[in-house]
Design a binder for this molecule. Structure first.
Ligand SMILES: NC(=O)C1=CN([C@@H]2O[C@H](COP(=O)(O)OP(=O)(O)OC[C@H]3O[C@@H](n4cnc5c(N)ncnc54)[C@H](OP(=O)(O)O)[C@@H]3O)[C@@H](O)[C@H]2O)[C@@H](O)CC1
Ligand SMILES: [K+]
Length: 519
């Protein structure tokens, strides 16, 4: 799936890739001075339009390198626009361009503070201490200053390019201290560390400052550079298209094996997620105690009643007519069991449709002798939707500290589509791009939403299996994005039942809009 475009709005790069691009621009004749002006002016425009700086005033925290230089251009332009600006430069300035900007700022009358700014002051702090040139912890006194600022005047700090103290590649703090920004204005392209879960409280809302990188330069990046996806990309996504005269059996058929005595709700929520996908038919294998009542909540589902209180996977699988379903979801709430995964594995290997494995199905595989290597035996496509703990159990040899690298490696070695849940979920598919969700709502982390996601993913997968052309693993990213967007847009509340309703409405609207665009 070539979605979204591999352009400056979507590419996620490492600090060295960003520096290489910058060097390429310079080698073509762009000057450092011109680039810094461009960056600073654009940052200033954004700040003026989005923050009440004229009333509050600003202190710009100036570092020794070019990040400090960006801060000084911003300081100069805000000052010339009538904002009350002062500077604080606690480090000896190292870069000559930064030195020139500092001299000019002082000569036009901007105040330079001689001691640290008041942490209780109501003005905004614009942190331009360090950007891509960070490799070590912040000096202790600077770290403590940020801690006090956060304690006494939270929400009044904006970082330029990268918050001081945060590694732009890993998203980790170099030590325990870093600037906690309400917003980070990052230069050129999005740096990978800024999107990782541990960095999010420090980065705040992330704004990319465009520097007009020509597409010829962007094309020099490796083809497997990850892409960020957010609600802005919903408009351009390709939802599976089904012929308007298709019967319910031609609109994707899905079976779900879910639930246990302990996790009754999981089964229901998975079914609600599946229904939200608009798939033609849903069949459910649930423990007796659940299916007895579930039909009241989801009357459109066909229940194959299990006689026991706990699911016996092998018994369910033997009942399924595999040539009559496009996808099968196994796992939400089924719990661990004395049943061996190997007993069911043979039947699942042969299934040519899409197999979606979640939660305890994954845990059962982790406990099996073959572990994830079993995935390679599957004859049809497979998607897995682990949370980080499930992922680590399944792929103990993969270091998860970079979720992008971890999901990508797992997809590559196992041949399955991997949706690794997190505050910014990562999706990696075999031989395909890697996506990371951004600007996600923290509501997605609520209990039950993972079950809704598993059902929805299974439903979208069933639609994908039945629509024309070869099966597109990229639909896993499409499903993840729509699910996340539904959670953030749900007016009724954040619990899973409300979100699944919203998901159904939203997905239908997305599909209808496509029809309108196509005609
Ligand atoms: N990408 C782009 O296209 C563009 C990028 N631009 C901007 O340039 C920035 C990169 O500039 P840069 O290379 O000068 O590095 P930057 O981070 O400012 O400072 C490095 C200095 O800080 C020091 N230092 C670091 N950490 C420290 C610590 N904890 N405690 C104390 N000192 C520490 C470090 O010292 P050293 O480690 O060498 O001893 C070195 O002296 C980039 O982030 C963006 O804002 C735009 O202007 C143009 C377009
Ligand atoms: K910074």
């Amino acid at each position: 799936m070539s979605w979204p475009k591999s352009d400056a709005d979507h590419l996620i790069v490492s600090s060295s890739q960003m520096k290489e691009i910058e060097q390429k621009l310079f080698s073509y004749g762009m000057t450092e001075e011109a680039l810094m002006e461009k960056v600073g002016l654009s940052m200033k425009d954004f700040l003026i339009s989005n923050f009440n700086l004229l009333e509050s005033g600003v202190v710009v925290l100036v570092g020794p390198g070019h990040n400090g230089g960006d801060g000084l251009v911003v300081a100069r332009e805000l000052f010339l626009d009538g904002v009350d600006v002062s500077l604080w430069c606690p480090f000896p300035i190292k870069r000559s361009l930064t030195k020139s900007h500092l001299s000019y700022c002082i000569s036009i009358g901007i105040t330079q503070l001689q001691s640290e700014p008041d942490v209780t002051g109501n003005c905004f702090w614009i942190e331009a201490f360090f950007g891509l040139g960070q490799t070590k912890p912040l000096p202790k006194e600077i770290g403590n200053l940020f801690k006090k600022r956060e304690k006494f005047t939270p929400g009044k700090l904006i970082s330029l390019d990268v918050p001081a103290g945060i590694c732009s590649d890993t998203g980790k703090t170099f030590d325990t201290c870093a600037a906690r920004a309400i917003s980070t204005l990052t230069v050129g392209l999005i740096k990978v560390g800024l999107l990782q879960d541990m960095a999010l409280p420090y980065v705040g809302s992330l704004k990319r400052i465009d520097i007009g990188i020509p597409s010829g330069v962007l094309n020099l990046l490796p083809k497997d550079v990850p892409l960020k996806i957010s609600s802005n990309d919903i408009i351009s996504l390709k939802a599976p298209q089904i012929e308007c005269n298709a019967s319910k059996y031609e609109r994707g058929r899905l079976a779900v094996i879910a639930g246990s005595k302990k996790y009754r709700g999981a089964a229901l929520l998975t079914l609600q997620g599946a229904i939200a996908s608009g798939t033609g038919s849903v069949q459910a294998f649930l423990p007796k105690s659940i299916s007895k009542y579930a039909w009241i909540k989801v009357p459109e589902v066909v229940f194959e009643e299990e006689s026991n209180e706990e699911i016996e996977l092998i018994k369910c699988l033997k009942k399924i007519k595999f040539d009559r379903i496009e996808s099968l979801v196994v796992g939400p709430g089924i719990g661990l069991s004395i049943e061996k995964w190997e007993d069911s594995a043979l039947i699942l290997e042969e299934f040519l449709g899409l197999l979606v494995l979640d939660a305890d199905a994954l845990n059962r595989i982790s406990c099996s002798q073959q572990g994830w290597e079993w995935f390679r035996k599957r004859k049809g496509p497979t998607w897995i939707t682990p949370n980080p703990n499930e992922f680590c159990r399944l792929f103990p040899e993969i270091d998860i500290s970079s979720p992008i690298n971890a999901a990508s490696l797992a997809a590559r070695i196992s041949g399955v589509g991997v949706l690794l849940k997190g505050a910014n979920t990562v999706i990696a598919v075999p031989n395909g791009p890697i996506w990371q969700l951004t600007n996600t709502s923290s509501f997605v982390a609520r209990a039950g939403l993972g079950d809704v996601l598993a059902g929805f993913v299974g439903g979208i997968g069933a639609l994908g299996m039945i629509s024309e052309g070869s099966f597109d693993h990229g639909l896993l990213a499409v499903a993840a994005l729509i699910h996340s967007y539904a959670a953030s847009e749900c007016e009724e509340g954040t619990n899973a039942a409300f979100v699944s309703k919203k998901l159904g409405k939203l997905f239908k609207a997305i599909q209808m809009k496509k029809v309108q665009f196509d005609t």
